[in-house]
Write a protein that binds this ligand. Structure first.
Ligand code: 4NP
Length: 162
């Protein structure tokens, strides 16, 4: 019997810059490793202002340059049911993390953590590039590609089990 996919939700403020890049990068890295079927992946925002919108065009562009397509993603807001549906919920920065802790229903089974800390042991944020330049988006893209490799490597026991 194979285990159900491990479910990871990537969370930022607006769900149009960092978390879609983190979702897309992890999907790409997992697929390249032949492990795409092992994961259920999604992203969401603390705020709902951009709900239904595609990622920021700069995020779509830097992802495409790095070989993955996030243009089909659509923003949505975090909902309480996410804490039941996902095994791991990863916040891009400390404000997102604090907001997630505030939203988490009592007794939630989901692990809620800071993305870079969980992935790489680096207790630092993925900086918000929304008011920045294309170079800031490129830096975020590199960061989440590196984070994806580290996160996948940290899940070896999960991956190696049947
Ligand atoms: P994200 O970036 O949280 O990485 O998606 C932002 C997107 C939109 C806004 C802020 C941050 N906003 O204020 O609309």
């Amino acid at each position: 019997m194979t285990r159900p996919p491990f479910a990871i939700l990537f969370v930022c403020l607006g769900n149009i810059c960092r978390s879609p890049l983190a979702e897309g990068a992890f999907r790409h890295v997992a697929a390249e490793a032949g492990l795409g079927q092992r994961f259920h992946l999604d992203s969401a925002g603390i705020g709902g202002w951009h709900a239904g919108a595609p990622p920021d065009r700069r995020a779509i562009r830097v992802a495409a340059i790095r070989g993955f397509d996030i243009s089909g993603l659509r923003a949505r807001q975090v909902i309480p049911a996410d804490f039941d549906c996902f095994d791991l919920i990863l916040a891009m920065d400390r404000d997102n993390l604090a907001d997630l802790h505030g939203l988490a229903p009592a007794g939630t089974r989901a692990e809620v953590a800071l993305y870079r800390e969980r992935a790489e042991g680096v207790a630092r944020p993925v900086p918000d590039p929304y008011y920045g330049t294309l170079q800031d988006f490129e830096a975020v893209c590199r960061m989440v590609e590196q984070g994806s490799h580290s996160l996948l490597a940290s899940m070896q026991s999960l991956i190696n089990s049947p």
